[in-house]
Design a protein around this ligand. Structure first.
Ligand SMILES: [Zn+2]
Length: 268
């Protein structure tokens, strides 16, 4: 089937040649089609516009500097398990569990930058192919784009694949690296990235159960933090780790609204 239409293309992020099985229009359709089911899996969106708009504004600011232009969208899901996800096509999610553990806007810019790279460099599609099989993903994408048959019945496979997706260590390094580049281009202090990784690593002691769940999708090692620190140090020496985040006050205001909203949410 669609495998015959596969093409060799240049990765917009790394500049390397690679094989792409799924055309961009199908990639976008696949994300749009399956997003509602995926959101349900993580308890739906946080029902507060101020929180959603804050995260969306930070995400769009960083996404404006991505190497692949996609219809990026950002939303906060109610799940308390700390995590972030990038669906093929550009829909990006952060859970309330992760957002509520951060203290600065630059940390949020870091995590969203990381997820933007997963989309921009095609990691999301590639990892989904590894997780559930290339031919299954091609079928889901073609059905989502209305190329043949209906899309009925494919959402379960897509959601299961995305929820259990595991990025390779190389993808994680790449996402940290270019995430730093994008957030710095957007004007954020790139120390937000290693800071965020440290917050996550600290959870391995304080909350080993939650930590294990998160690690299934985005493997994190002390080596990853080290590499991020080294990169920021060598390329962005004009920034300092001890510099205060000018948006920290705004961030904490949003975080308080998030916590209050979760307390009142009927699904909690
Ligand atoms: Zn990742």
């Amino acid at each position: 089937m669609g495998l015959l239409a596969a093409g060799c293309q240049t990765n917009p992020v790394t500049g390397e040649k690679e094989l792409r099985l799924i055309p961009e229009s199908q990639e976008i359709a696949m994300g749009v089609q399956n997003a509602p089911e995926f959101e349900k899996e993580f308890e739906g969106k946080v029902p507060n516009d101020a929180v959603q708009q804050y995260v969306s504004a930070v995400g769009q600011k960083v996404a404006a500097h991505a190497d692949r232009k996609m219809p990026y969208e950002f939303a906060v899901l109610q799940s308390e398990v700390p995590n972030a996800f990038a669906l093929p096509g550009g829909k990006i999610y952060i859970t309330a569990g992760l957002l509520s553990r951060m203290s600065k806007e630059r940390q949020l810019a870091g995590v969203l930058g990381h997820e933007i790279v997963h989309v921009s460099a095609g990691h999301s599609v590639q990892s989904l192919q590894n997780q559930i099989g290339a031919s299954v993903v091609v079928e889901i994408a073609q059905r989502a784009a209305g190329q043949y048959g209906s899309a009925v019945g494919t959402a379960t496979k897509f959601v299961a694949g995305m929820a259990n997706l595991k990025y390779s260590r190389d993808d994680e390094y790449e996402a940290d690296h270019y995430g730093i580049v994008y957030m710095a281009r957007a004007g954020y202090n790139p120390w937000g990235m290693p800071e965020l990784l440290q917050v996550l690593l600290d959870m391995s002691d304080s909350e080993p159960g939650r930590w294990a769940e998160m690690m299934q999708t985005h493997p994190l090692t002390s080596k990853r933090i080290e590499k991020a620190r080294e990169f920021v140090q060598s390329e962005y020496s004009q920034f300092s780790a001890s510099e205060a985040d000018p948006q920290a006050g705004e961030f904490m205001k949003m975080r308080n609204i998030l916590v209050e909203t979760l307390k009142k949410s009927p699904s909690k």
